[in-house]
Design a protein around this ligand. Structure first.
Ligand code: DGL
Length: 278
């Protein structure tokens, strides 16, 4: 099948890259946390921008795209993969964890545990696919059965972010329409159930009261990755290499959007041999 990594750590695993992937720029919120918590680790970032958004696709498509990305990442000899995408984590993580001989982490479990530790009345904003999976609902309730949870699907958010319209005049109005029903429930905690959404924080902070805490699962997944690397003895002690950015769509568009959060990333395009838009 695929070129698999052995689970026995090699000397070279320490300096191998961590593979981070998302449908687009959402995973940059996880990348930022890697830079903060794991400054010695090198990253291979893949944004499947030719097929964004994932959140309105079927479970079968998401599983197929996830396998294609992981097949390619294994060929690139990454030492670990982080699904910096809630939609893939909700719909494909369990399946692929049993298929690949590679540590694969998803954002939902770490994010749900962080939310359950801090909140009692929890709002989750996510893509339609993630909301429909009820992955957060189940994971938060498992971590703390005394929590109350309300979920809202926000299908307009990812296109707003991917098309550089965060500062557009109607974004605040769209965000308010999605989130006001959660505020009406007197939530104390709001979970970013999509890795794109922390990019909207400047907009959300305009109307979400300061008393409501935001949970960004990126923080918890990178802490989990750090623990896993230590456990496996494959953490890097070397200077990190510059992040390699690869996208399936237009590299110039990715660079333009990503430059808001990263200093001039150098982005390459790849046409994955296995990637065909269905
Ligand atoms: N950022 C991803 C997520 O966390 C994907 C969003 C999308 O492509 O719809 O779900």
């Amino acid at each position: 099948m695929q070129d698999r990594l052995t689970s026995t750590p090699h000397q070279s695993d320490e300096i191998a890259r961590i593979g981070v992937f998302d449908s687009g720029v959402g995973g940059l919120t996880v990348l930022k946390e890697i830079y903060r918590q794991l400054p010695h680790e090198s990253v291979l970032y893949f944004g499947d921008t030719a097929r964004v958004p994932y959140g309105t696709r079927s479970a079968a498509e998401i599983l197929k795209f996830t396998r294609q990305t992981l097949d390619w990442m294994v060929q690139q000899r990454v030492k670990m993969a982080i699904m910096a995408c809630n939609t893939s984590s909700a719909l494909a993580l369990e399946t692929v964890q049993s298929e690949y001989d590679l540590p694969i982490l998803g954002v939902i479990l770490p994010g749900a545990r962080a939310a359950a530790l801090q909140g009692r009345r929890i709002g989750v904003i996510a893509t339609p696919a993630t909301v429909n999976s009820n992955a957060y609902l189940h994971a938060i309730l498992e971590a703390n059965p005394r929590t109350q949870i309300w979920q809202v699907a926000c299908p307009k958010f990812v296109p707003i972010i991917e098309h550089n319209r965060i500062a557009a005049p109607d974004t605040l109005q769209i965000a308010t329409a999605y989130i006001q029903p959660l505020l009406d429930r007197s939530i104390d905690t709001l979970v970013y159930g999509c890795t794109h959404y922390p990019h909207l924080e400047p907009v959300l902070r305009q109307f979400v009261p300061r008393t409501i805490q935001f949970i960004n699962p990126a923080v918890a997944v990178v802490t989990a990755a750090a623990n896993e690397l230590n456990l496996l003895g494959i953490q890097s002690h070397c200077k990190a290499m510059p992040t390699k950015f690869i996208v399936s769509g237009d590299p110039a568009q990715f660079t333009q959007i990503a430059s808001q959060w990263l200093p001039a990333p150098l982005v390459q395009q790849i046409i994955l041999p296995t990637v065909t838009v269905s």
